[in-house]
Design a protein around this ligand. Structure first.
Ligand SMILES: Cc1cc2nc3c(=O)[nH]c(=O)nc-3n(C[C@H](O)[C@H](O)[C@H](O)COP(=O)(O)OP(=O)(O)OC[C@H]3O[C@@H](n4cnc5c(N)ncnc54)[C@H](O)[C@@H]3O)c2cc1C
Length: 487
């Protein structure tokens, strides 16, 4: 076992490139030779991780590399999901892409960089099985999952127990990383602990727009009927007006747009509270004007004498005020079609989207109310959550939340408190968002994006300044991440 483990670790670090964190990852043997971290004291406490997907695999690797004994509880291949095809750990359920690998101009590329700098298993194996894909990091999915499985099963500190966990553990040290397709018994157990309102089984994501890309010479801030006690409340919504012709053209485009279908077995009553806008439009051309686009209680200060035929409202999506979601605009339109249709909205012609809309089968917690800053369930602090179930979205974000949960758990098991990384880093921006930065009432899963980062002062806003701004974000993040890793 030891020989096999060393062989796999060495193959994991093979990377011809230099000058970035990929080339300086420590080998498992190098980790063993490092002076022991002072906080690693108690070696007989075991960390149990439920789910061996993106997050669970990364969490296990991180904790094991810090000297903690880990047991991964994975239900596949004994119990399957509608999307997974194998019994392998770290299986990619759909696309084979980890998205942009640009660590200077893209927030997901920055997340790659941070995970590589932190000896991340998912990134290391992804680099090993990389396929040509332009600026994206795409991988050979089968070889990727096989290598993740080999690395974990060969690690002397990790064992895997195959079988479904159906109850919440009463004691011990646990991370739940069961993902968007958490099995129904465990989902029910989580819902009974958290309250069913705080656990969703579908996401209904309205598109989110970067505030600095909205044309405020057409849009204005006002709450319907000027409701609210304070000026901030009375101006909480951003409004985009449409005349009759613009509205009719918008409905035509909505009806004609290409849509995605649900996977078999994925549906089950999602229609109750969150109809996609195109379904509303199919029910009648006026339906949206009496629903999310109703024009009542609003006066356009740019043209006070003209009554808008319809109004699209956007609501602030984060404390920083850098992101706005389009209220009630969950959709099953394909991404390309969405961008085209939403840019027909006056004021959004040049909109830059932090994320596009969607409706998917997705089990996720209302993390802002349920989790503390250490990713622990407030009511059961021996249980952490990680991955997509915490309300992040995507392979990379899920793995990053696994990396963080694994390190936080390892530190706690060793009698040391590790602070979460600052919100100037990509990992820190995500955890800050899900554990309190996001509005709990409208919380929906989130991809990493620069709208989650505190602004860098003194830089030009808008499209023109974007390149410099993103470089400043990523430079600041890298320095802060290195400081956090050394803490
Ligand atoms: C249909 C579909 C398509 C997607 N496509 C993409 C995409 O193209 N790109 C992208 O970035 N993201 C995509 N996602 C999101 C993707 O699932 C997540 O990004 C990522 O896989 C989540 O990682 P995770 O570790 O949180 O969950 P997962 O990777 O799903 O891992 C969870 C693991 O927990 C196990 N498990 C569940 N319940 C139990 C239980 N009770 N006991 C024991 N084990 C259990 C599961 O078998 C699974 O192995 C998709 C999701 C779905 C559902």
């Amino acid at each position: 076992m030891g020989g096999r483990s060393l062989q796999i670790s060495l193959s994991l670090i093979a990377d011809p490139r230099s000058g970035d964190p990929k080339s300086s990852l420590p080998t498992q043997s190098a980790v063993a030779q490092r002076p022991p971290l002072s906080y690693i004291a108690d070696m007989d406490k075991t960390l149990h991780i439920i789910g061996g997907g993106m997050a669970g695999s990364e969490a296990a690797w991180q904790a094991a590399e810090l000297g903690i004994d880990v047991i991964i509880h994975e239900m596949r291949p004994k119990v399957g999901t509608f999307a997974h095809q194998t019994g392998l750990l770290g299986e990619m359920v759909c696309s084979n892409s980890f998205r942009s690998d640009d660590d200077e101009q893209n927030a997901v590329g920055l997340l790659h960089w941070e995970m590589r700098a932190a000896n991340g298993l998912i990134m290391t194996v992804a680099d090993q099985h990389r396929l040509p894909a332009g600026g994206a990091l795409a991988v050979d999915r089968d070889a990727f999952a096989q290598s993740v499985t080999d690395a974990l099963t060969a690690h002397p500190k990790i064992s895997v127990s195959y079988g479904e966990v159906t109850e919440l553990p009463g004691d011990g040290n646990w991370i739940i990383a069961t993902g968007p397709l958490t099995s129904s018994d465990l989902g029910a157990a989580i819902a009974s602990e958290t309250g069913s309102d705080a656990l969703a089984f579908f996401d209904a994501i309205a598109p989110i727009v970067h505030h600095d890309s909205i044309d405020m010479s057409k849009a204005w801030m006002q709450s319907r009927y000027d409701k609210g006690e304070t000026e901030e409340e009375r101006t909480a919504y951003l409004n985009c007006p449409m005349d009759r012709d613009q509205y009719e053209a918008f409905i035509d485009a909505l009806l004609a747009a290409e849509k995605t279908e649900f996977h078999e077995g994925e549906t089950a009553g999602y229609f109750d509270g969150c109809l996609p806008i195109e379904v509303m439009a199919e029910r009648g051309r006026e339906t949206l004007r009496f629903g999310p686009m109703k024009p009542v209680g609003l006066t356009n200060p740019h043209a006070p004498e003209i009554k808008a035929h319809a109004v699209v409202q956007l609501r602030r999506d984060n404390k920083l005020g850098t992101l706005y979601n389009i209220v009630g605009f969950q959709t099953k339109m394909r991404y390309g079609a969405q961008a085209d249709v939403f840019k027909m909205i006056p004021g959004l012609e040049n909109a830059s989207f932090a994320r596009l809309g969607g409706i998917h089968r997705n089990t996720f917690l209302n993390s802002p109310t349920l989790l503390d800053g250490q990713m622990r369930l407030r009511s059961q602090p021996h249980i952490r959550f990680a991955g997509q179930i915490t309300g992040v979205e995507g392979y990379v974000e899920s793995a990053a939340m696994g990396l963080l949960a694994g390190r936080l758990a390892a530190a706690e098991l060793s009698g040391h408190r590790l602070e979460t990384p600052p919100d100037t880093t990509a990992t820190g921006a995500l955890i800050t968002h899900i554990s309190g930065g996001a509005d709990a009432k409208t919380f929906q899963p989130m991809n990493v994006n620069f709208g989650l980062f505190p602004p860098v002062e003194g830089l030009k806003s808008g499209r023109r300044g974007r390149k410099d701004r993103y470089k400043a974000y990523t430079d600041r993040a890298k320095a802060d991440w290195q400081r956090w890793l050394a803490s």
